[in-house]
Design a protein around this ligand. Structure first.
Ligand code: ASP
Ligand code: MG
Length: 408
């Protein structure tokens, strides 16, 4: 049995017209003799009646502190409704379907409600239905804990469901259908000539996704990568080939980019972060202050980023909305911090950076040309991060894209 997992995002299933296009994708796969598992997100975006944000609001407008377990049960309904509507649509096109919740599909998670991790997938039920000739429609974003609680996998988690099912079923591929034509070299709202990548490695896409490119959930990439299951990011609304996520080198003769040729694969950005600087140049016991700073953030449940501790200063970033809380926590300990809100992290991601001289020189050159200050920088073997003031973000990304993303 050749199994194909097709995942359809919220905008793809939002209207009758769009669901007809989804049905065409499923019918296309069935006609190619695939056994199809269709994983769905909740229909539409916040404000639409059955979208996840709308469901959350239903309860939290009444009680902000709704227990996570109950909120999960509520949220999980969005995908169940979406699945039922898609199943009905597919039936109207003459297909036989089996509709399963995440739990019924065998997705077993831990009991961390709202952010549950998948422990294992028992695909027996899906396999039984596929063998019986059904298209299996699975409600994404959810699973069941070992003690039977309905869990959700964190926002954007339907991608994770699809990847986990793809691995458990040894699917030929997992197709992530969305409203854009693939993974782009930068956000097209900022960079007009951003383009679709034909092919990208798991590693690069996972980094881009972590750094703010919203096209696929990074956890889904990590799961697919473990078993080398190809992911394809495609548009529901066109026949464009989309972006293939893989480890292997594509065939240049087939017109694809050579992964190995390029230095930078894509540029992601994350706005609305605050840089926090604590001057420790005068402190005698620096290790103690450093420990105090990060311990206090941890205890306050504040996730820190872009961490840089030096002998004269400790710098890190937090989300803008947590800046006040972070500054308050530090102040309570008698630590004076400088906060710079409204910054943006720009990430240049590419496996080609490894051991290539001159990349940072080019970054500095490009930004200097426009007098854009680098507030902080860091790097790994596949990424260079720079922090810039929010108002300079657009220009900085455009300049860097011009410099690094090759057109062929
Ligand atoms: N509906 C869920 C969300 O909005 C899951 C998803 O769309 O992937 O986060
Ligand atoms: Mg999504």
């Amino acid at each position: 049995m050749r199994i194909l997992v097709q995942k359809f995002g919220g905008t793809s299933v939002a209207t009758e017209e769009r669901r007809a296009q989804v049905a065409a994708k499923v019918l296309g796969a069935v006609s190619e003799n695939y056994a199809v598992v269709a994983v769905v997100s909740a229909m539409g975006r916040g404000g639409d009646p059955y979208a996840t944000d709308t469901l959350i609001k239903l309860a939290t407008d009444i009680n902000k502190e709704m227990p996570a377990r109950e909120l999960d049960l509520l949220m999980s309904c969005g995908e169940v409704i979406s699945g039922a509507v898609l199943a009905a649509t597919l039936q109207s096109h003459g297909l036989r379907t089996a509709l399963l919740t995440g739990g019924q599909a065998g997705i077993i998670t831990n009991a961390e409600y709202g952010e549950a991790r998948i422990l294992r997938v028992d695909p027996q039920e899906i396999l039984r239905e596929l063998k019986a000739g059904c298209v299996v429609v699975v409600a994404g974003f959810q699973g069941v804990s070992e003690d039977g609680g309905v869990t959700t996998l964190g926002r954007g988690g339907s991608d994770t469901s699809a990847a986990a099912l793809g691995v458990a079923l040894s699917a030929e591929a997992v197709d992530i259908y969305t409203d854009v034509e693939g993974v782009m070299t930068a956000d097209p709202r900022i960079v007009r000539d951003a383009r679709i990548l034909d092919v990208v490695t798991y590693n690069d896409i996972a980094h881009l996704a972590h750094e703010g490119a919203k096209v696929i959930h990074p956890r889904a990439v990590e799961i697919a990568m473990r078993q080398n299951i190809p992911l394809r990011v495609k548009s529901t609304f066109s026949d464009a080939p989309g972006t293939l996520v893989t480890n292997s080198q594509p065939d240049r003769a087939a017109g694809a980019d050579m992964i190995g040729d390029r230095l930078i694969t894509g540029i992601a950005h994350m706005p609305q972060v605050t840089q926090i600087t604590v001057d420790i140049s005068g402190d005698k016991d620096k290790p103690r202050v450093v420990r105090q700073i990060f311990k206090s953030m941890a205890l306050a449940g504040i996730s820190v980023d872009f961490i840089s501790t030096q002998l004269d200063a400790v710098r890190y970033t937090v989300k803008d909305e947590l800046a006040g809380k972070a500054a308050g926590v530090l102040q309570n300990m008698g630590i004076t911090a400088k906060t710079l809100p409204g910054c943006a992290i720009i990430s240049l991601v590419g496996g080609g950076i490894t051991d290539a001289p001159g990349v940072m020189a080019d970054v500095a050159e490009v930004l200097a040309e426009r007098d854009i200050e680098i507030l902080q920088s860091a790097d790994s073997h596949t990424t260079i991060w720079v922090l810039v003031a929010g108002p300079r973000l657009t220009e900085a990304v455009q300049m860097l894209h011009n410099k690094f993303i090759q057109f062929n």
